[in-house]
Design a protein around this ligand. Structure first.
Ligand code: NAP
Length: 296
């Protein structure tokens, strides 16, 4: 039997509706309008497209948008200055710098310059550290979105074997920590390019999460029958039949894997919309925390 296809766009829509309600409540009760500043450096087409998705979601949620666009030639010093102005501005609750940045800019310094209370991406070492020790923090949006998808779909994590392919600081590692926390209670394995016999490891997974950024790296023979497969990958592959010249595809061979798995996320409309929805959630949380409003 073919897998249930998880409708990430629908679940993200529900999250965004709840956020919009929270934004309206906060505004009515405290007179505070939740506000995010997205900083985009340069003109990478994928980054432009991600940022436009975020600014559209801000408008839909009724949040203020203080986004800034800077040329690829901007100096690191100027970028850090811009962040420090936003850090000091009480009307801005969240700050996000779209990655990747041009090579002359040290991304780590930039991420660390954002005040942890405004770090709605959850990439600051203080937030990642709090995540590891189980203290309150902004959860990184994509891992948080994956958890939400699992919960809303009724996929049990308690006692499950979860295998994550990818160990980046923004997806693989934080997701592994979240899934291993007591509230999820999964037994987690992280794979990477040094993993020996990847298919043997992935076949052990009740929940298989692909976050490698390699189109089709997960094939049907790597999936245990009945597993839930979450595809985080977003890859642009050339496609002459498309006006843009490319199409988006995940890391999973979707057509073949859906015949083996019990649940599967598509690309697009799987994890992607959840990332934006959780960013909206974090921005509302930051705004509530800034004025002691007890939504969170
Ligand atoms: P990344 O920093 O490039 O990390 C990729 C990870 O995958 C690395 O740990 C790498 O191993 C591992 N890997 C690559 N090829 C592999 C292979 N053949 N076998 C086993 N492991 C392999 O990527 P990222 O930033 O985490 O992003 C991963 C993917 O998710 C990308 O396609 C990205 O566009 C997508 N993404 C989507 C969203 C969303 O909202 N849907 C958000 C963020 C990212 P090594 O460490 O050994 O190099």
């Amino acid at each position: 039997m073919s897998a249930v296809i998880i409708d990430g766009a629908k679940i993200a829509g529900q999250v965004k509706e709840r956020v919009a309600q929270g934004v309206a409540d906060l505004n009515k009760t405290k007179g505070v309008r939740a506000c995010l500043a997205v900083i985009l450096v340069g003109d990478d087409p994928a980054s432009i497209s991600y940022v436009s998705g975020k600014t559209k979601a801000l408008a839909e949620a009724g949040m203020a948008d203080r986004s800034i666009r800077l040329p690829a030639t901007v100096s690191q010093e100027e970028l850090l200055d811009r962040i420090s102005v936003l850090n000091a501005d009480d009307s801005v609750h969240g700050i996000l710098v779209q990655l990747p940045l041009p090579e002359h800019i040290d991304s780590r310094k930039v991420v660390q310059a954002i005040h942890p209370k405004k770090d709605v991406d959850g990439f600051h070492p203080v937030n990642l550290g709090n995540l590891v020790i189980g203290s309150r923090s902004f959860l990184p949006c994509t891992p948080h979105g994956v958890l939400k998808l699992l919960r809303e779909t009724g996929i049990r994590t308690d006692g499950a074997r979860a295998v994550i392919v990818g160990r980046s600081n923004i997806v693989g590692k934080p997701l592994a920590i979240l899934l291993a926390r007591r509230d999820c209670n999964a037994t987690v394995t992280i794979c990477h390019t040094g993993t020996r016999d990847l298919p043997a490891v992935t076949r052990e997974a009740d929940i298989l999460i692909a976050a490698a950024g390699r189109p089709g790296v997960i094939t049907a023979d790597m999936v245990k029958p009945g597993a839930a497969v979450i595809d985080v990958g977003v890859n642009r592959v050339p496609d002459a039949s498309k006006k843009s010249g490319f199409r988006l595809t995940g890391d999973v061979d979707f057509e073949a894997v859906k015949e083996v798995a019990s649940f599967i996320t598509p690309v697009p409309k799987g994890v992607g919309p959840m990332t934006i929805a959780m960013l909206m959630h974090n921005t509302l949380e930051a705004a509530c925390l800034s004025c002691g409003y007890g939504l969170f």
